[in-house]
Design a protein around this ligand. Structure first.
Ligand code: BJ8
Length: 423
């Protein structure tokens, strides 16, 4: 990405020196992880372009939107209903990041031993390296895990934060609480943007976001084929880009890619040979540019066929049912989001059922559970997943790692041994 955007970044208050370090880190990693792959679909060019322009063109689009009176709302969790932001004329942007830049700044306000995802978003804000963050008029947190919940109190010193109370269970009173949270959020979104949410705008937003999720599901379903037509790394990249790209353009590009993949499948072509071991990864989200474990897996002789994570199936598996009338639409939005099987819920049996179904439907040979260091909900729930895998005799590997590369060699050895066993 060129430095032609310096004026824009400066006007947003971005720390250009620190930002340069971030921009320098990305291209070599991207080249090694992505551009060295063979047989990549041609339609991946668009997604390469998006990464290349990650802090350029898309930020410019956000600034245009703001110049025309629009607002940008940031989120850290797939529980924040994008439909509501869109219906109120705003743009919703995912702010989670997968790189440990700004760690020194973050450690001034957070303990050192905390989930890297939390440390990273705090570091991005305090070090002023993220033009997405600096474009936000408001950010929305949630009471999912304790680390995030308490970090949002601190973040509120630097940017207006609204926290949605996500329940811990899925009983009827939890459903009522969550519905009220969704209704309150709709009120707040209207106040923030100054635009009223109407039946028409909400129905349209629901259709648009459903369209995005349908395209991602279409892509996911194509990965059930053998040989698989697209790598797990490319699929993950698309799932990461889904969090911040323009919805209509992104949907069209994913569908274009699917057309190409269907063509490939009809000729029996794939990106890996047909006998390559097939793996499902499950666990904590992998925010851009965290590609460490998928890269290790796919350079160790296996292919990832599905991601049971928020940068993956949890983001697109369910749709909001269409309805007439604002109240019913908000109820359907609340119901759709409460269907997400995050480990912050107890019990979280839906995730176990989902995993078992995925192994069958995607013809997987094994499951790799990947938890970010210090993430208690997923690290502890790994025990339930492992128990179920043993019962079903599904090969299983458990990994815990952060954003640094220090353990990459050790992880590769473990992953290679697991894949050898799958063979
Ligand atoms: S719905 S997975 S996006 S909370 S990894 S910050 S849980 S300590 S990210 Fe998540 Fe929403 Fe759940 Fe998905 Fe805490 Fe764990 Fe860190 Fe996490």
């Amino acid at each position: 990405m060129s430095n032609n955007y310096n004026d824009m970044w400066r006007s947003l208050g971005v720390n250009l020196e620190a930002h340069d370090q971030l921009l320098q880190a990305l291209p070599p990693t991207y080249h090694d992880v992505y551009l060295t792959q063979t047989n990549r679909p041609k339609s991946m060019e668009y997604f390469d372009f998006v990464v290349n322009e990650i802090h350029g063109l898309r930020i410019q689009e956000l600034q245009e939107h703001k110049k025309n009176g629009g607002k940008v709302i940031g989120a850290f969790c797939v529980f924040v209903p994008e439909e509501i932001v869109r219906a109120a004329g705003g743009i919703c942007i995912g702010l989670c990041s997968g790189i440990d830049i700004g760690a020194a700044e973050a450690e001034q306000v957070l303990p050192r031993s905390i989930c890297p995802l939390i440390k990273s978003f705090m570091g991005f804000k305090l070090a002023k390296v993220c033009p997405y963050f600096e474009s936000c008029d408001m950010v929305v947190g949630e009471t999912t895990c304790d680390g995030k919940k308490k970090a949002f109190e601190i973040l509120n010193d630097y940017v207006p934060v609204h926290v949605m109370e996500t329940p811990q269970m899925k009983k009827s009173r939890d459903k009522q609480l969550w519905l009220e949270e969704v209704q309150d959020f709709a009120e707040l979104a209207q106040k923030t943007t100054g635009t009223e949410i109407t039946d028409v705008s909400l129905a349209q937003a629901i259709q648009e976001v459903n369209g995005k999720r349908q395209a991602l599901r279409r892509l996911s379903n194509l990965r059930k084929n053998n040989p698989v037509p697209i790598s797990g790394k490319d699929s993950l990249l698309i799932e990461q880009i889904a969090m911040y790209d323009d919805v209509a353009r992104f949907t069209a590009k994913v569908n274009e890619l699917c057309d190409e993949l269907e063509q490939k499948i009809s000729t029996g072509a794939g990106v890996f040979p047909g006998r390559t071991p097939r793996v499902i990864v499950t666990g904590t989200p992998m925010a851009i540019p965290n590609w460490k474990v998928p890269h290790i897996i796919e350079t160790s002789g296996a292919v990832i066929v599905a991601e049971e994570m928020c940068t993956g199936l949890r983001y697109f598996e369910n749709e909001v049912a269409e309805a007439d009338g604002l109240d019913s639409m908000l109820e359907n939005i609340a119901a759709r989001y409460l269907g997400i099987n995050c480990a912050v819920f107890t019990p979280n049996t839906g995730r176990l059922e989902q995993l078992e179904n995925l192994v069958r439907d995607y013809h997987a040979d094994g499951v790799i559970h990947c938890t970010l260091s210090f993430c208690d909900p997923y690290a502890v729930e790994a025990n339930r997943v492992e128990k179920m895998m043993k019962q079903k005799e599904i090969p299983f590997l458990k990994i815990e790692t952060g954003y640094d590369q220090e353990d990459a060699g050790q992880l590769k050895t473990r992953v290679e041994a697991f894949i050898e066993m799958l063979r």
